[in-house]
Design a protein around this ligand. Structure first.
Ligand SMILES: C[S@@+](CC[C@H](N)C(=O)[O-])C[C@H]1O[C@@H](n2cnc3c(N)ncnc32)[C@H](O)[C@@H]1O
Length: 375
């Protein structure tokens, strides 16, 4: 069995390199994910995360010998999760990169028609390559393509010199107009000249340097938990499988818009070139309180059907009143015989939250862990 410390400290083994795969807004700290899995489950147990994000919970479970199953509606989180659980072979990913790079010159004219944002964000060579990748990589169906596009996604925007873009935040895509104004004001109107093929080749080399992670059979489903859990629960019942640990963090009511905040990565995956909130269900900011309640009620209700009698439910959520009370009431409703423990996770004064790092200095109310156990 792998020593957790080797994963949490440094990059000396494959599991450590892949554990951090994919910057994602509101991701679990790695140490927390491993800690909860170790404390509340044992080898061979089944773990479920219906709001999996970049799959830290599922990956920790898989590395520690648990069978883990996640569900994620955002393609960016799903790709990071599914690829870190099962990356394609390095040689195939490298060959595919060279193939895509070879197609870039078909996009020379298309680059000229791209909005100003893209022309300042990326040099022509990068933009041609991104357009070729966007057109040809079949990331939903093909694991080699999924692995390659996930690696490109990671470096799509970052601090100057660390990614393919002009100066940008890494976890969150900024708006088009905001970025253009910001670059102009800060005299950064010229994108960095980068050879995208050499750049991504180096990143592939580093990621695979220690090999691929060893994971106990685990997976992440791409879709809406409110739908997917119905099929999952039918299959679980048919195969006599019950989950021991429900370990998740749902979206927080009205706080984050996982789709708008990832608009540039979603553009690479074929989406619109704008940062607008999506109108589809569960792809916006979760502003409607009734809809938010119904989503949690539906999902936790369906989860409760596949959990063992003596299961543990571990939910990290927002401390703000509505999200916290809604979550707590729903969990108590579906796990009425469990003992409930609530642990406050106040932010330390000097905690660098992602929003704080980007200039938001207001104190956040922090998070809370709701833990339900049954003797
Ligand atoms: C707080 S984040 C989870 C972060 C995760 N713990 C991690 O470490 O990356 C909540 C996630 O729930 C996802 N989500 C929201 N509604 C969903 C739904 N109906 N079905 C599946 N996933 C959903 C969001 O896209 C977001 O990635």
């Amino acid at each position: 069995m792998i020593e957790t410390q080797k994963i949490l400290k440094g990059f000396t083994i494959a599991e450590a390199r892949w554990a951090r795969f994919g910057p994602y807004y509101a991701m679990f700290p790695l140490e927390f994910a491993f800690d909860v899995v170790e404390k509340f489950s044992k080898e061979g147990d089944y773990i479920l995360d219906p709001f999996a994000g970049r799959c830290s919970s599922i990956f920790a479970g898989g590395v520690l010998g648990r069978n883990s199953l996640g569900i994620e509606i955002n393609p960016v989180g799903w790709l990071y999760g599914s690829v870190k659980l099962e990356p394609a072979d390095k040689e195939e990913v490298t060959d595919r990169l060279l193939e895509i790079y070879g197609k870039r010159n078909y996009y020379s004219r298309a680059v000229e028609r791209m909005p100003e944002f893209f022309r300042i964000c990326y040099c022509d060579e990068v933009l041609k390559f991104l357009l070729a990748a966007r057109t040809h990589l079949d990331w939903k169906k093909n694991n080699v393509d999924a692995t390659l596009i996930s690696i490109i996604l990671i470096y799509l925007h970052a601090k100057l010199g660390e990614g393919l873009s002009n100066q940008m935040r890494m976890t969150k895509s900024m708006g088009m107009n905001y970025s253009v104004k910001w670059w102009k004001k800060n005299k950064m109107k010229t994108p960095p000249e980068i050879n995208p093929c050499d750049f991504i080749l180096k990143k592939i080399d580093w990621r695979y340097e220690k090999g691929k992670p060893t994971i106990t059979e685990s997976a992440v489903v791409f879709g809406d938990s409110a739908n997917e859990l119905k099929t999952i629960s039918e299959r679980a019942i048919k195969n006599d499988i019950k989950f021991s640990l429900l370990f998740t963090s749902p979206p927080y009511c009205s706080i984050t818009d996982y789709h708008a905040d990832q608009w540039l990565r979603l553009w690479l995956l074929g989406g619109e070139a704008n940062g607008n909130s999506l109108k589809e269900k569960y792809k916006g900011r979760f502003i409607n309180k009734q809809e938010y309640h119904d989503l949690l009620d539906n999902v936790f209700g369906l989860c409760s059907k596949v959990m063992k009698r003596k299961s543990t439910v571990y939910v990290r959520t927002d401390k703000r009143e509505f999200t916290f009370n809604t979550t707590l009431d729903i969990l108590k409703k579906y796990f009425p015989k469990h003992n409930v423990q609530v642990i406050d996770k106040p932010l330390k004064k000097d905690t660098k939250t992602q929003t704080k790092l980007y200039g938001d200095k207001s104190m956040k109310p922090g998070e809370v862990d709701i833990i339900l156990t049954r003797e």
